[in-house]
Design a protein around this ligand. Structure first.
Ligand code: PLP
Length: 390
């Protein structure tokens, strides 16, 4: 478990490194890539050894969903999240954006309104629009650097054409770990407006001390008949390229509809993703995740301290995730200027806040899932790029 070793991912079909130049104008030779949400860490040996064993055995033929895969998922959710799930409730999607797309396709119709609490993970809106559904943006309230929900305002925005609300729990960006009261508020909102509730909990394992993730089904068991849960080992173990995530549907009626749609599209998981998931969701995997969260916590502290030194910049206090959400409002600079300083002067590729929807305009998102030396380098570059504000 060495999170300090640098790994050169350039030229490995890595989205994060091999697309940074055409998307952000930042060269992978001299730049730091801090956008896409995967990390620079080697996956745990438990996972890599399983993939090596599969390669050594040498055949990569058709695979079937193996019992160990489902048992490992059940074990992880029970031991790490105190969440009990039926094995029949587990479906496998080719990643969670695909899971969202499948749920939209199965349970909603073109033109339906899909509620998002913005700013939120940009691919939600992208896939909703691509599916011909309508994005309904309910803006989060930025209360002194902490996102909160305002259900009275959201109630007033509903028109009756909304069919689903998508919750990101924990929230990306900003890293909120929603409390029991907030989750209850979302459940009540979904019931009041007769919405399906899709809870994307992909970041649930990356939670910092002092905060506790509550799976939506546990927060309000009475929501089960309208609940779709999404989880994945991809963020937790840095295996997003394997495109394996879970759609977990506790209600048998919703489950049957989803199963029928999966069958109609003949969707089936790949063997490497299944092997990796089963290996990751293990006691060895748990130990690795705990060490990773401790390492990320220190990255977050170092980065926040450097940001706090730059007048006009402020970071939201992350309760979870390795995705720092930095507000440039108080620099008084137009968006182009602070973005140019980050990209051209500091040579850092960071996600543009505008893509996350209403409320994201004055932000950039920096991925802190990287080696400490790169965090320190990023801090030094940012303080130089904004040095005139000192
Ligand atoms: C909330 C959320 N859901 C889904 C994803 C992506 O999931 P996948 O790579 O499995 O499609 C991300 C990636 O950042 C995310 O933040």
């Amino acid at each position: 478990m060495n999170f300090d070793d640098l790994i050169d991912r350039r030229g490995t079909y890595s989205t994060k490194w091999d697309r940074m130049e055409d998307l952000y104008g930042v060269s992978p030779e001299t730049g730091l890539s801090m956008w896409v949400a995967d990390t620079e860490f080697r996956a745990p040996d438990a996972v890599l050894n399983q993939i090596h064993a599969l390669a050594d055995q040498g055949t990569l033929g058709y695979s079937t969903i193996d019992g160990r895969y489902r048992e490992a998922i059940q074990w992880w959710m029970q031991t790490r999240h105190n969440w009990q799930i039926d094995r029949e409730a587990i479906f496998t999607a080719t990643g969670l954006v695909n899971g969202v797309g499948m749920c939209l396709d199965t349970f909603t119709a073109p033109g339906d309104g899909i509620v998002l609490f913005t700013p939120v993970y940009h691919a939600f809106a992208k896939v909703i629009r691509a599916a011909g559904r309508t994005v309904v943006e309910c803006p989060l309230v930025n209360n002194d650097g902490r996102y909160e929900m305002d259900f009275a305002a959201y109630d007033a925005m509903m028109t009756g054409s909304e069919k689903m609300v998508i919750l990101c729990s924990p929230h990306n960006p900003g890293g909120r770990v929603w409390t029991q009261e907030e989750l209850q508020g979302v459940a009540d909102f979904a019931k009041r407006h007769d919405l399906l509730l899709l809870s994307d909990e992909i970041h649930h394992d990356l939670v910092y001390a002092g905060h506790k993730h509550i799976p939506m089904q546990n927060a309000d068991p009475s929501i089960t008949d309208r609940l779709l849960m999404l989880t994945a080992p991809s963020k937790t173990f840095n295996i997003a390229g394997l495109h394996t995530g879970q759609v977990i549907i506790p209600d048998p009626g919703l489950r049957a509809r989803f199963a029928a749609r999966m069958a109609a599209l003949s969707l089936a998981p790949n063997s490497v993703g299944q092997f990796a998931t089963a290996a990751a969701y293990s006691p060895e995997g748990a130990e690795w995740v705990d060490a990773q969260v401790t390492y990320l916590d220190q990255n977050r502290r170092i980065f926040d301290a450097a940001i706090a030194e730059i007048p006009g910049l402020s970071s939201m206090k992350l309760e979870s995730t390795y995705l720092a959400w930095i507000d440039f409002t108080d620099t008084g600079m137009p968006r182009e200027e602070f973005t140019n300083r980050v990209e051209q002067d500091a040579q850092i590729a960071a996600n543009h806040g505008t893509t996350f929807g209403l409320g994201g305009e004055s932000f950039l998102r920096f991925n802190l899932g990287t080696q400490r030396s790169r965090i320190e380098e990023a801090c030094a570059r940012l303080s130089r790029a904004f040095g005139d504000l000192q």
